[in-house]
Write a protein of this length. Structure first.
Length: 232
């Protein structure tokens, strides 16, 4: 990355979900490695937190050395719900998509997260693919397993035509699989092929589009469910 004030520098981003002294102790090695790896460029360590108490803990400087002489002092830049804005205005989000993304991730547990994510999704509609793709993925990863992660998936799924990221492709595949499963059940019902509850559950739970396509082809001529599900 590069700024007019500082010039080129290395930005290292780390997620901190809880207080973990062992993880914090590894930061000096990580920063030193990046500093050497990229020819002595300055390194900025950004720690992203979603819990205020964890953010406060993560912001404490880590010092190595003797009490009377500190050999190394590491001070990460911490982003959390305590210092990130709540962005619910689309025009404001468009002005700084990186900040809007970081704000959405850090406010994952906020009661306003639904509106925050909806704003970010709307702001991405006018952005080029090389920007939307990493933001869609970064937001999904940053939200982790929180309920807000499913809200984000739902927003992306509303109109995935302008998203080309891996997650949106996954959502499209899920939609195709669901449609094929419904079509297979309808075809088997029209042809009068008896299905057990286990057969129906097997079809409904199948998320493999290729396997569902094979079952659909067999269902056109099969005389029993066993023929449809045969292992070829």
């Amino acid at each position: 990355m590069e700024t007019q004030e500082e010039g080129a520098f290395v930005l290292a981003i780390e997620a901190q979900g809880k207080k973990d002294p062992r993880k914090a102790a590894s930061r000096p090695y990580y920063v030193s490695y990046l500093h050497n790896r990229y020819g002595g460029l300055p390194v900025l360590l950004l720690v992203v937190c979603q819990d205020p108490s964890t953010a406060e803990w993560a912001a404490r400087p880590l010092t190595i050395g003797l009490r009377q002489w500190q050999t190394l002092s590491l001070r990460p830049l911490v982003a959390g719900p305590h210092n990130m804005p709540v962005i619910k205005n689309v025009a404001e989000a468009r002005k700084d998509l990186a900040l809007a993304t970081l704000a959405a991730i850090t406010h994952a547990d906020s009661p306003d997260v639904g509106a925050i994510l909806k704003t970010l999704s709307a702001a991405l509609r006018d952005a080029p693919e090389n920007i939307t793709d990493p933001i869609v993925e970064l937001t999904a990863q940053g939200l982790g397993s929180r309920p807000a992660a499913q809200q984000w998936r739902n927003l992306v799924a509303v109109d995935t035509s302008f998203y080309k990221s891996a997650m949106s492709e996954e959502i499209r595949d899920e939609g195709r699989a669901e449609g094929r499963a419904e079509g297979l059940l309808l075809l088997l019902g029209v042809r009068g092929i008896a299905l057990t509850d286990a057969d129906r559950a097997k079809i409904a739970s199948c998320a493999d589009p290729q396997l569902l396509h094979a079952w659909l082809q067999r269902a056109a001529t099969a005389s029993s469910a066993e023929e449809v599900f045969r292992i070829s």
